[in-house]
Design a binder for this molecule. Structure first.
Ligand SMILES: Nc1nc2c(ncn2[C@@H]2O[C@H](COP(=O)(O)OP(=O)(O)O)[C@@H](O)[C@H]2O)c(=O)[nH]1
Ligand SMILES: [Mg+2]
Length: 592
């Protein structure tokens, strides 16, 4: 049915089908549609406006060629040759008969018969052909066909190879079928024939999803009744061929043919859309599992925050204990030093010696102790971090494994979508990032931060920046010296009046101020160290999370792809329905 033979309306509809199928093709390609599947579909789109094509399929020896011969009342086709010499035959219209070889497996015959106006018939060797090429070429004709005539025989109704071929015709291409139950003459009785017919109807309904039209015939009798201009009415009647012939003549000419021609591509679109939906649903299910895994990993990371923070609490506590002990030593030192028997002049004069003694006796090993504790805090944090990383990768690989093992649905072969490859690659990347992760560098950086925090606080917290830990600690003496320094302003006379009795009060004040100062240090050191380490924890968690980032990216990309594809599929499905309705209104729906 070349374009010029189609009416204006039909041509428009066919063009719309072409656009619609093109969109479907693009989508299939985007989703990794296998070229072996997409290719034939694309060819089908290109050949939409070709002549109406009727393909005859069935097992070798079922009587396909005999049906053709009976239809044309002539030996167009050789009947019953050996399968190896058989060819796929295109039967076309020609004013003078022609027989030509197209290739090793394909031949063309032209006969002058009005039935062949705008129609090509393809006779095939058999669904059980032992020649591989036959199967392939026959399959290649299916996408271009408008109607399939399935011939099966009474003695071997619906063989396994026929079943397989029919599911290819229906599931891949959604082609309509007319069923011929041939060799009806082999039935011993009418009821035997009915039994086989029922068997066929039941099985085909299940296989095709619709109840097929079945014509029980004896092609052999029909051919014998009509060949060489014979008119053996009784034999013709017995052959039951008339019903099939009328049906075919009706279908293959006029509006019914047009209706079929327009319906066929949309049927294909429907089958592909259905498969695409199944495929997307499977991808969505896998994706849900992936998202669950990701959430589990997220929970694991979140839950570890507390554990990481706990990890360095003990060393921080130790720093506090050291400071408390230092406070006790300091108080004793002040009590011993500021005694009634010691004159303030003596104290003032011995200012430097006082500092040195304070350093030896009160500060003692405090600096080293604090530094050790800071080191321990960072080490503890790092140990926990390493655990976390390892645990995360373990959970990850375990879940990925589980998803692959248990939940892997049989994804449609026609999509080149090997998700397990993607996930495995992601896992490898995560593991590599764990191995490459530079523990020493990270520890070093954290150490520096933590020491800085303590140092800075002890320095500035005590009133002056950049004087080091010892310098900072020595500043705790400042309030004491200030208290004592108060006397420095007093005159000898005042001092005489106040006498020794004032000293205990000054001592009390000095001790109180010293205690308060150390308590301030305790609080400050803890706070600044904690805040430094907490920000390390945040950084760490972020970096650890980055390990699974490729997986996260994969999931969100996949989600976007699947969602966009689903939307497009919905649009396409609706477009098919709309177009089908318009075709039905314009040319009617096929009766087959
Ligand atoms: N008994 C009987 N034999 C038939 C009938 N139709 C075809 N045959 C025979 O079955 C064999 C195969 O027929 P053919 O048309 O070549 O089958 P094809 O391989 O499907 O093309 C031939 O020997 C035919 O004579 C029929 O209706 N009844
Ligand atoms: Mg044949």
């Amino acid at each position: 049915m070349p374009m010029q033979l189609l009416g204006e309306q039909a041509r428009t509809l066919l063009e719309e089908e072409r656009d619609l199928l093109q969109r479907l093709l693009d989508l299939l390609r985007r989703l990794g549609g296998d070229e072996e599947v997409v290719g034939p579909l694309s060819e089908m789109v290109e050949q939409l406006d070709e002549l109406f094509l009727l393909v005859i399929v069935g097992e070798f020896n079922a009587g396909k060629s005999t049906v053709v011969n009976a239809l044309f009342r002539d030996t167009v086709m050789e009947q019953g040759p050996v399968p190896t010499t058989a060819k796929i035959t295109l039967i076309r219209h020609g004013t003078s008969p022609l027989n030509q070889q197209i290739s090793e497996f394909l031949e063309e015959k032209r006969i002058d018969n009005p039935l062949l106006q705008n129609l090509t018939i393809v006779d095939t060797p058999g669904t059980n052909s032992i020649v591989q090429q036959h199967q392939r070429i026959t399959e290649d004709f299916i996408p271009r066909s408008d109607l399939v005539l399935f011939v099966t025989s009474f003695d071997r109704p619906l063989t396994e190879s026929e079943r397989q071929f029919l599911s290819y015709i229906r599931e891949d291409w959604g082609r309509r079928l007319v069923v011929v139950l041939n060799k009806a003459d082999l039935a011993d009785s009418e009821s035997d024939l009915e039994t086989v017919e029922t068997y066929l109807k039941t099985n085909l309904s299940e296989l095709l999803g619709t109840e097929p039209t079945i014509f029980p015939v004896s092609a052999k009798k029909a051919f014998d009744a009509r060949r060489d201009g014979r008119e053996q009415e009784e034999l013709w009647h017995e052959s039951r061929f008339q019903a099939l012939e009328s049906f075919l003549t009706e279908t293959l000419s006029g509006p019914e043919r047009l209706a079929l021609k327009l319906a066929a591509p949309l049927e294909t679109a429907r089958t592909r859309i259905r498969r695409l939906e199944d495929h997307l649903e499977e991808r969505r299910e896998l994706l849900t599992k992936d998202e669950r895994t990701l959430q589990e990993l997220r929970d694991q990371v979140d839950a570890s925050q507390d554990r990481l923070i706990q990890s360095y609490q003990r060393p921080i506590q130790r720093i506090d204990e050291r400071l408390v002990r230092m406070k006790a030593r300091g108080i004793r030192f002040l009590e011993d030093t500021i005694r009634a028997s010691v004159s303030k002049i003596q104290l003032m004069r011995d200012r430097e010696r006082l500092k040195a003694t304070f350093r030896d006796r009160v500060i003692a090993d405090l600096e080293r102790d604090i530094q050790d504790a800071v080191d321990d805090a960072v080490d503890a944090l790092m140990a926990q971090t390493t655990n976390l990383r390892a645990g995360l990768v373990q959970t990850f690989s375990q879940r990925v494994h589980e998803v692959q093992e248990s939940g892997r649905p049989e994804l449609d072969r026609s999509f080149d979508y090997d998700r397990s490859d993607v996930v495995r690659a992601t896992l490898r990347e995560a593991e590599a990032s764990l191995e490459e992760h530079d523990l020493q560098a990270e520890t070093g950086r954290m150490m520096e931060n933590a020491h800085d925090a303590v140092q800075t606080f002890l320095g500035t917290g005590a009133g002056a920046a950049g004087i080091g830990l010892i310098g900072g600690l020595l500043l705790v003496l400042a309030p004491v010296l200030d208290v004592l320094g108060g006397f420095g302003l007093a005159t000898g006379a005042v001092l005489a009046i106040l006498g020794a009795s004032v000293l205990p009060r000054q001592r009390k004040k000095a001790i109180r101020e010293f205690s308060e100062h150390v308590d301030g240090l305790r609080e400050g050191v803890r706070a600044s160290l904690e805040s430094a380490l907490e920000s390390d924890v945040d950084d760490t968690l972020e970096r650890v999370w980055a390990t699974v980032e490729p997986y996260e990216t994969f999931i969100s990309n996949e989600r976007a792809t699947v969602n966009a594809a689903s939307e497009e599929v919905n649009d396409l499905r609706e477009a098919v329905t709309r177009l089908e309705q318009r075709i039905e209104e314009t040319v009617g729906s096929p009766g087959v």
